[in-house]
Design a protein around this ligand. Structure first.
Ligand code: UT7
Length: 330
C-alpha cells in the first residue's frame, strides 16, 4: 500500500424503487400487524421494484447519479464492484451488466462481491485496496438488491422485512488526508445456515422439488442472527475507532446497515454513539441488504448531513455471517 494515496468518495447516488408496500398491505397478505412490524423492527413500509426492472437497472441508475455528483463519466471508471446476492442472474456478474448499461469501456474490470448485507463494505474494502496499491484510479462501488423477488409472501417471518433498492459511490485516488482511513472484515461461518437462499446453486440446482419446497426463497433464523448482530456490529465499530486513534465523540455520522431498529438502538448504546448520529431510513425502505448503507449515505450527503472532514463510520452485518466496518474522513 502506498502511504500517500488515499481513497476518497467523491460521488454518491441511489435508485428508489417505484412501488410502496406498507405494513397495512402486508396485514392483508399474512397473519401480521402494523403494530408487530413497527414495534419489532421499526419498518413502516418498503419499496418494491416494478416488473421488468432488474437489479442491474437499479444499480446503473445509482451509478449514473453518483458519477454525476463526482463530475466523472462512465469512461473514467476502471473498475465496477457490485455487492449483491440478488443479481440479475447467476452468470454473468451483475457488475458486467451494469457496465453495459452505463456504457463504460472494455478497460473497466467488473465483478460482483457476495457478502449479503455486508456486501457494500466488502466491495468498498476491495476498492480501497486496488486504489491504495495504485492498480485503479476511479471505481464505482455498488450495493444493489431485489429482495422482493426472492421472498415467500406466505412467510411472515421474512416477507415483512425486506425491500428493493440500490446505492452507489464513486471512489477516486487522491493525495489528501481525506478518504477511507481503514476497513475491517469478518465472517463467522458457524452461522451459515441462519440466513440463506438455499436453492438454485450447485447444492440444490433448480428442480421441481426445489420449487415446491420453496428453496429459492430467502430463509432466516431471525433470532439466531439477532443474538450475534449487536455484539459483532459493536465490535466492528470499536475496532475501526480504536485502530485510527479516535474516540466515539469524534464520530459525526454512522451509516449502518439497517435490518432492525432494536439492533441499531442496542449498538448505539453499546458503543456510546447517540442514535441521532445514525443516518436512518429503515422505516421507509425496510431491509435492503447491501443497498442499505449506500442509499442512506446518499440521502445523508444530499440532505447536507455530511460535511467535509466529518468522520463517517460504516457498519454492516448479514448472511455468512459476514460483517465489517469502515471509517472515512469525508
Ligand atoms: O439483514 C441481515 C441480517 N438480519 C438481521 O439482522 C435480522 C435479525 N433479526 C431480527 O431482526 C428479528 O429477529 C426479527 C425481526 C426477524 C424477528 O423479531 P423477533 O423479536 O426476534 O421475533 P421472533 O422471531 O423471536 O418471533 C417472536 C414471535 C413468534 O411467535 P411465538 O413463537 O412467540 O408465538 C413469531 O412467530 O413473533 C412471531 N412473528 C410474527 N408475528 C407477527 C414473527 N414474525 C411475525 C410477523 N407478525 N411478521
Amino acid at each position: 500500500m502506498s502511504a500517500d494515496i488515499s481513497t476518497r468518495i467523491i460521488g454518491t447516488g441511489k435508485y428508489k424503487a417505484d412501488g410502496v408496500l406498507t405494513n397495512f398491505d402486508l396485514e392483508k397478505m399474512v397473519d401480521t400487524s402494523d403494530q408487530w412490524i413497527t414495534e419489532r423492527t421499526g419498518i413502516s413500509e418498503r419499496r418494491v421494484a416494478s416488473k421488468g426492472i432488474a437489479t442491474s437497472d437499479m444499480a446503473a441508475e445509482a451509478v449514473r447519479s453518483a458519477l454525476n455528483m463526482a463530475g466523472k463519466t462512465a469512461n473514467d471508471l476502471d473498475m465496477i464492484i457490485c455487492g449483491t446476492v440478488t443479481g440479475d442472474m447467476p452468470l454473468p456478474a451483475t457488475a458486467a451488466l451494469i457496465q453495459q448499461k452505463i456504457g463504460a469501456s472494455n478497460m473497466c474490470a467488473s465483478f460482483d462481491v457476495s457478502a449479503a448485507c455486508a456486501g457494500f463494505i466488502y466491495g468498498l474494502s476491495v476498492a480501497d485496496a486496488f486504489i491504495k496499491t495504485g492498480k485503479a484510479k476511479n471505481i464505482a462501488v455498488i450495493g444493489a438488491e431485489m429482495l422482493t423477488r426472492f421472498m415467500d409472501f406466505e412467510d411472515r417471518n421474512t416477507c415483512v422485512l425486506f425491500g428493493d433498492g440500490a446505492g452507489a459511490v464513486i471512489v477516486t485516488a487522491d493525495n489528501s488526508s481525506r478518504g477511507i482511513l481503514s476497513t475491517h472484515l469478518f465472517t463467522d461461518s458457524s452461522l451459515t445456515g441462519a440466513l440463506q437462499i438455499p436453492g438454485g446453486g450447485s447444492l440444490y440446482p433448480a428442480s421441481e422439488k426445489t420449487i415446491s419446497s420453496k428453496r429459492h426463497y430467502i430463509k432466516m433464523e431471525g433470532r439466531e442472527v439477532f443474538k450475534v448482530a449487536v455484539k459483532y456490529l459493536a465490535d466492528a465499530a470499536e475496532v475501526a475507532i480504536r485502530s485510527n486513534g479516535v474516540t466515539v465523540d469524534d464520530i459525526d455520522v454512522v451509516a449502518a446497515h439497517q435490518a432492525n431498529m432494536r439492533i441499531l438502538s442496542a449498538v448505539s448504546k453499546r458503543v456510546n454513539i447517540p442514535i441521532e448520529k445514525f443516518a436512518l431510513n429503515l422505516r421507509y425502505y425496510g431491509n435492503t441488504s447491501s443497498a442499505s448503507i449506500p442509499i442512506s449515505l446518499d440521502e445523508a450527503v444530499r440532505g447536507g448531513k455530511v460535511s467535509d472532514n466529518n468522520l463517517v463510520l460504516m457498519i454492516a452485518l448479514g448472511g455468512g455471517i459476514s460483517w465489517g466496518s469502515a471509517l472515512i474522513k469525508w
